[in-house]
Design a protein around this ligand. Structure first.
Ligand SMILES: Nc1ncnc2c1ncn2[C@@H]1O[C@H](COP(=O)(O)OP(=O)(O)OP(=O)(O)O)[C@@H](O)[C@H]1O
Length: 612
């Protein structure tokens, strides 16, 4: 096609399609219509007060059977404004360019004055109504007549001018006639609840009236972080009460937030019960008092999952749905600063309020452990305070490292159970690294506490350090040890005689993971035919066997070593092996349960035989 043949057309917008898009994809619920109307009223009052700071600032919502009106004493619109701003979707008077294209600087300037900026908010009313009427009188031009704009959801609108008496003073009255399926959102009780939800912190009076003229004020009391209080205790109490009313929990503590550059104030409430770190708390974010979202996680860094915030800011930037914050450098900076504030709180309580710190750790330690692995600062701050299971009992790593400059850590809970009594008797300090995250965290202790060393503890290392018995004792026990090896060979286990503390421990089963996997593989290969048996067989490696270590210092073992009767010696070995197995607290295989059973019956039989 040649240039000469070109003709220019203007896009047509299918308003019904657009409203459908907004209601299903932009807004979370039809209820946002009221937020958009309140917000327009607030912006209009802001604009009027810029001209005349003494102008009245009132918003009245009337919820009746068949219609809903929102009236404000704001700046109003002239007929030219109505043509310009109401008749064009996407045009907004709140941009300094007068509704023209978005310019970065102007946008930032208008954003600090107004909540709206996109020029689509009024469309949210079409989610609940087919017709919107805007009756308005400009404060900027007192001689201008009142103007009525009537728009319908099919995209048509009419404009008429009315005598000034149609609206007694400057301002705007928006009327919606709800559709049958939108009526539930404009019912009086619903409207009161919604107006409270969105408008509780609005700085201008907001009233909801019913058909009989009963007025309900939905705001008025300043939030506790703005109100004066008689004492710090009264202030703390007021903050906690606000949390209980708003979030329905009593916080462990309240952290006040104050960020003057964005006019942000509010509170971070420390949750009193544990939460999974992936379930980030939704924060309540108000913009110039108007509630933007009560589920905004993006206000704080991920690691701060243990607090829930309520903030009110002057210049945060919402997305077009107004239900989330626009992710930009300002938001990132706000997040970092608020995060730093929460860290300061943690540092503060770790230095000066140990009782609160312990309460905090008791509730949130698992989640803190999960996050500390990825958050170096959190790790540095909290690792010394986190509780771990150790040979000294349940203690913090800091306490433990003070007593043990070399921190030994096992890889599994079982290994800890196996070696803990012996290591403790030998004065060694071992941490159970078997629980989720624990071993990783213990290994990072030297970063936080230079001079501490952390070493993985393998049960084999422990045997290597157990004392050998003298050759004469070994020889005297030779026959018993031979029987013992025969009995436990079926479990791929070896038997050795050593001398170790505590004396009360007759035996110890050292069984590292590779040895166990190897045995499991061996068993499986035995049950499988053909290809799988070959594959499993070829995987078989020379892994160390398990070891039953008998304690020559233990009187029972000494007596067992001198048993002459073969049957009783077998039973004694089975009982010793079974007891060591139970101490290791690992799941038993069928053959092991059978052994335990046999040993028990054998001992009983022997005891009764003696009696007989
Ligand atoms: N109550 C009101 N008083 C005065 N002007 C209003 C009022 N409500 C709407 N307007 C005018 O209509 C325009 C469009 O309103 P709309 O709510 O669609 O968008 P917005 O508030 O500018 O931006 P956003 O889409 O971000 O809400 C506004 O820019 C404003 O000029």
């Amino acid at each position: 096609m040649s240039d000469d043949a070109q003709t220019t057309h203007t896009f047509q917008v299918d308003l019904r399609g657009l409203v459908d898009l907004l209601s299903h994809h932009l807004y979370s619920s039809p209820r946002v219509y009221l937020r958009e109307l309140l917000q327009n009223a607030v912006d209009a009052i802001t604009a009027r007060q810029a001209l005349d700071p003494t102008a009245p600032a009132r918003i009245t919502v009337r919820a009746g059977e068949s219609r809903l009106t929102v009236t404000d004493t704001g700046i109003g619109l002239t007929e030219a404004d109505v043509h310009r701003f109401l008749a064009t979707i996407g045009r907004s008077s709140k941009r300094a360019s007068g509704g023209g294209p978005l310019d970065g600087e102007q946008l930032a300037a208008s954003r600090s004055d107004f909540i709206g900026q996109f020029g689509i908010g009024l469309l949210a009313c079409f989610v609940v109504a087919d017709e919107i009427t805007v009756l308005t009188r400009s404060a900027a031009d007192p001689s201008a007549p009142a103007v009525e704009w009537r728009g319908t959801s099919d995209g048509r609108y009419t404009i008429s001018t009315l005598p000034g008496s149609a609206l007694p003073g400057p301002g705007t009255k928006v009327t919606l006639v709800p559709r049958a399926d939108g009526a539930e959102w404009t019912r009086h009780d619903r409207v009161v609840a919604l107006a409270r939800h969105y408008g509780s912190l609005l700085r201008h009076e907001v009233d909801v009236t019913d058909e009989r003229g009963t007025v309900t004020r939905v705001n008025g009391t300043p939030p506790p972080w703005q109100a004066p209080h008689a004492s710090p205790t009264a202030r703390r109490q007021a903050l906690a009460d606000y949390c209980r009313r708003t979030f329905d929990f009593v916080p462990l503590d309240s952290i006040e937030l104050d960020l003057p550059v964005v006019g942000l104030r509010g509170v971070a409430y420390v949750l009193p019960t544990s939460v999974h770190p992936s379930r980030q708390a939704g924060h309540r974010v108000h913009l110039k008092g108007m509630l933007l979202s009560d589920q905004a996680p993006e206000l704080l860094p991920e690691w701060a999952f243990f607090v829930r915030c309520v903030v009110d800011a002057d210049s945060l930037r919402p997305t077009a749905s107004r239900e989330a914050l626009y992710e930009d450098e300002t938001l990132a900076a706000i997040r970092d600063t608020l995060g730093a504030r929460i860290r300061d709180w943690l540092t503060g309580i770790s230095a000066s309020d140990p009782a609160l710190l312990h309460q905090f750790i008791a509730v949130h330690h698992l989640a803190v452990k999960a996050l500390a692995r990825y958050d170096d600062e959190l790790l540095r701050l909290l690792l010394p305070w986190l509780p771990f299971e150790t040979t000294d009992g349940q203690v913090t790593l800091d306490e433990f490292a003070r007593a043990h400059p070399v921190v030994l850590v096992t890889q599994t809970v079982e290994e800890f159970r196996q070696v803990a009594p012996i290591a403790a008797a030998a004065g060694l300090g071992v941490v159970n690294g078997g629980y989720a995250y624990d071993r990783d965290l213990v290994h990072r202790l030297p970063e936080v506490r230079p001079g501490t060393s952390v070493v993985d503890l393998d049960p084999a290392t422990v045997t290597a350090h157990l004392d050998a018995v003298d050759p004469a004792a070994e020889l005297a026990a030779a026959a018993f040890l031979h029987t013992a090896r025969e009995v436990v060979a079926q479990f791929d286990c070896d038997v050795v005689l050593r001398a170790f503390h505590p004396v009360s421990a007759p035996s110890l089963l050292l069984d590292n993971r590779e040895a166990r996997h190897e045995r499991a593989r061996g068993e499986l290969a035995g049950q499988t035919d053909g290809l799988w048996a070959d594959i499993l067989g070829s995987l078989r490696s020379e892994a160390p066997r398990a070891q039953l270590v008998l304690n020559h210092l233990n009187p029972l073992v000494r007596r067992a070593a001198s048993i002459g009767e073969h049957g009783l010696a077998v039973t004694a070995v089975e009982a010793l092996y079974g007891q060591a197995l139970l101490l290791a607290r690992r799941p038993l295989r069928a053959s092991e349960s059978a052994l335990l059973n046999r040993a028990f019956i054998g001992l009983l039989d022997h005891a009764m035989h003696e009696e007989g």
